[in-house]
Design a protein around this ligand. Structure first.
Ligand code: ADP
Ligand code: MG
Length: 351
């Protein structure tokens, strides 16, 4: 039997390209070689595709890989991708990677892929649109407002006052379309508002401001199956910083994660997982996703950050929750590939 050629697409054009390298490398290491033939595909910072020898995957950064491309890798055009792989495992994160752009390209080429389709991926990246949809579906989300760059530049003092009156402090400013906590600021006082706005505006031209949630943060992977979307175990996040920062996410030993949670009662965990599946369905996610939120002291469950993809490093929520369900990394990767293939076989038009 011919093995399915699985292109693992890693790197990419976003601020999260180094995170993607870690994800892709780990997927490459754990792909079941009995069933699949891995084809590592590096997407460079300009969006070009390169088939790289497996040795290059062990480079420390995407910059290191880039320096070897001309001599050691093979540049392919978008059209050629179709000749090289039968299926795409998208290990990209952030803009152009899990926001519908690469999904659109793969749809045009007729290559099935992991994760959600074009529209849901775009929604999965856009925190403002997500909140509208989640609210409409009866889910609880943080109180928030959006300030455009134009409005901010026009009257910083008025906007600062407006934020203070609406949320008080602390509150949170974030870019509407980023990930890995990039551009997120915990704004502690009026004096910090300008910095928070500046941090977020580096990444997008409008800013989402939210009330600060003083609760327990959770994360839950959902994977599609024959019986519909299945939530894995919850993880409780105990960051070392005041919120779950980039360093807490990726520096070894920084953050405690409890799978299953230590401080959330059993019946609440069930309720959270029901809300998580509701959010997954409302956003139209397919194949898998990761829904993050907060459990508040007063019992409320808020959905704050639904993701149409998830980090895939060894200690990621994805593999930690798979392990809790008794699945080795190779097992859940196989499950994800197979469920995604089925979804693409059954679709009518782009996913
Ligand atoms: N409204 C909020 N209240 C408290 N903490 C928040 C809030 N929004 C975000 N955070 C903290 O910032 C982190 C990153 O924000 P998030 O919205 O999840 O963006 P990203 O897409 O970058 O992960 C969260 O994991 C959480 O710890
Ligand atoms: Mg998040």
């Amino acid at each position: 039997m011919e093995k399915l050629r699985v292109g693992i697409i890693l790197g990419g054009m976003s601020s999260e390209n180094e995170v993607s390298l870690n994800s892709g490398r780990n997927v490459y290491d754990n792909l079941d070689r009995e069933r699949y033939e891995p084809v590592p595909i590096f997407m460079d910072i300009k969006g070009g595709f390169w088939i790289i020898p497996w040795q290059l995957i062990s480079q420390n950064t995407t910059v290191d890989i880039s320096e070897h491309l001309e001599r050691e890798a093979r540049r392919i055009s978008y059209e050629q991708l179709d000749d090289e792989i039968d299926f795409a495992f998208i290990a990209l994160h952030g803009k152009y990677g899990d926001d519908g752009c690469i999904q659109g390209l793969l749809e045009i080429l007729g290559i099935p892929y992991t994760g959600s389709g074009v529209l849901s991926s775009a929604i999965g990246m856009d925190k403002v649109m997500q909140q509208k949809i989640l609210k409409g579906a009866g889910l609880d989300v943080p109180r928030s407002m959006v300030i455009t760059e134009e409005a901010w530049q026009l009257s910083k003092a008025d906007m600062t006052q407006h934020i203070a009156d609406t949320f008080g402090f602390p509150c949170v400013t974030k870019p509407t379309r980023e990930g890995s906590s990039i551009g997120v600021t915990l704004v502690r006082s009026e004096d910090d508002v300008a910095d928070g706005m500046k941090n977020a505006l580096e990444w997008d031209n409008h800013v989402l401001i939210e009330e600060f949630l003083d609760g327990i943060e959770f994360s839950c992977i959902v994977i599609d199956g024959d019986d519909g979307p299945r939530p894995l175990s919850l993880t409780e996040i105990r960051p070392q910083s005041d919120y779950y920062t980039y360093d807490d996410k990726y520096m070894p030993g920084r953050c405690r994660k409890f799978t299953p949670p230590k401080n959330i009662p059993g019946e609440v965990m069930d309720a959270i997982r029901r809300e998580v599946v509701k959010a997954y369905k409302a956003l139209g996610f397919k194949s898998y996703g990761r829904i993050d939120g907060f459990y508040m002291e007063d019992g409320r469950i808020l959905i704050t950050d639904p993701n149409s993809s998830s980090g895939m490093a060894p200690s990621s929520f994805f593999f930690e929750q798979a392990a809790e369900a008794g699945m080795l990394p190779s097992m859940i990767i196989t499950e994800l590939i197979e469920v995604s293939r089925k979804i693409h076989q059954e679709k009518r038009g782009p996913l």
